[in-house]
Design a protein around this ligand. Structure first.
Ligand code: DX5
Ligand code: ZN
Length: 234
């Protein structure tokens, strides 16, 4: 497995009256992933949207649908999201009573399984489930809102996680970072070991195609520096 490098624009910052058009702009710009933030008003204060939106998006794009569940007990939604066409189902470790069982359920449904950690959650929660994890999402802001500032203390966490993954025998497991990533912070997270980059406001504020192209260019530079090969599909 080679390390995969991806930009995953978060539609939380999209103009929902023009969602289909904006997704096509990203697809035309060559963006391979789309980050979809689901919020339930409980795990995080806001409510965003659910599987009906994914059901509408799925037929209009080939992009990899990277769904981030900021909901309590996401296990309840696994089957509906698989049916809706989600590719990656990322749950918060803090929101799952039985994380190991939920990860098995996600795989049984045919989706990839991601685990997300809030900024204050230690990496040790991953210790006994790594064999069931396709991606780790390190929150670089406290979840719930777009447009927040990157938490600088998360740089060490990303670095520690990449080291931990190497030691555990998963050196290329994707590390996704989410929150406050823009042209000023992207190099820091890539250098620390992140490989999947979520960006909401940095993509959707202004010229979407240009913003995505600029961020992807930075990723491509690191990819070439990092291992000299383009990543394959997850
Ligand atoms: C925050 C969400 C993010 C958010 C990122 O809780 O999980 O995906 O959209 O937004 P930016 O990139 O603006 O920080
Ligand atoms: Zn997110």
């Amino acid at each position: 497995m080679t390390k995969i490098y991806r930009l995953s624009p978060s539609i939380l910052s999209a103009d929902f009256s023009r969602l289909g058009d904006q997704i096509h702009i990203l697809e035309d710009a060559g963006t391979p992933w789309l980050h979809i933030d689901v919020m339930d008003g409980q795990f995080v204060p806001p409510v965003s949207f659910g599987d009906v939106v994914i059901r509408s998006i799925r037929p209009v794009t080939k992009m990899f649908l990277d769904v981030h569940l900021m909901v309590t007990e996401p296990d309840r939604f696994v089957d509906d999201y698989a049916k809706a066409g989600a590719d990656m189902f990322t749950v918060h470790a803090e929101a799952c009573r039985h994380l190991d069982r939920t990860l098995q359920h996600i795989h049984e449904s045919g989706m990839k399984a991601g685990v997300s950690l809030n900024p204050a959650t230690p990496l040790s929660v991953l210790d006994y489930v790594l064999d069931k994890v396709d991606m780790v999402l390190v929150m670089t802001v406290n979840p719930g809102y777009g447009g927040q500032k990157y938490l600088p203390s998360m740089t060490a966490k990303i670095r520690d996680l990449r080291r931990k993954l190497k030691e555990a025998g998963y050196p290329d497991l994707p590390i996704e970072v989410d929150g406050g990533i823009n042209l000023s912070t992207i190099d820091t997270v890539l250098d620390a070991g992140a490989s999947v980059i979520v960006a909401g406001s940095a993509v959707f504020r202004g010229d979407i195609a240009k913003n995505a192209a600029d961020l992807m260019e930075r990723i491509r530079e690191k990819e070439i520096d990092g291992n000299g090969a383009a990543g394959e599909e997850i």
